[in-house]
Design a protein around this ligand. Structure first.
Ligand SMILES: [Zn+2]
Ligand SMILES: [Zn+2]
Length: 129
């Protein structure tokens, strides 16, 4: 693993880069797989082809577990979508719950999809943790 902020090689179990002090996984300047410099907009590394899943520096990553449980328990009210920043989808779920009572089923399915890693980013494209 390489630090995505400074490109230094990191220890396998380290949570913080010893070179720059940034949390492992944050930053968007280098490929975590091979340490090659990449652009912040790139979604895959041009050298090794690894997915970059760039996390903007200092971005708050949301919890997959919290989002999934919110979806399963309160999905009809779109709570998990508001939590992840998908406000439009959350409002649609509330309307569906009011009008047809099926928003809860949609929310439940999304909660399961989140927990099973089928929905992996929030509305800003930041990977869940
Ligand atoms: Zn670093
Ligand atoms: Zn790479």
């Amino acid at each position: 693993m390489y630090c995505k902020n400074c490109g230094k090689e990191t220890l396998p179990n380290a949570s913080v880069c010893l070179g720059c002090g940034v949390n492992i996984g944050e930053g968007s300047g280098y490929c975590a797989n091979c340490g090659e410099a990449v652009t912040a907009e790139a979604s895959v590394c041009t050298k090794c082809g690894a997915a970059l899943n760039n996390v903007p520096l200092g971005a708050k990553r949301k919890s997959k577990l919290v989002a999934g449980i919110l979806g399963i328990l309160l999905g009809g009210w779109g709570v998990h979508n508001f939590y992840l920043g998908y406000n439009g989808k959350g409002i649609a779920q509330i309307l569906l719950s009011f009008c047809f009572g099926i928003g809860a089923i949609w929310g439940l399915i999304e909660g399961i999809l989140i927990l099973c890693d089928h929905i992996t980013t929030d509305a800003n494209g930041i990977p869940l943790e």
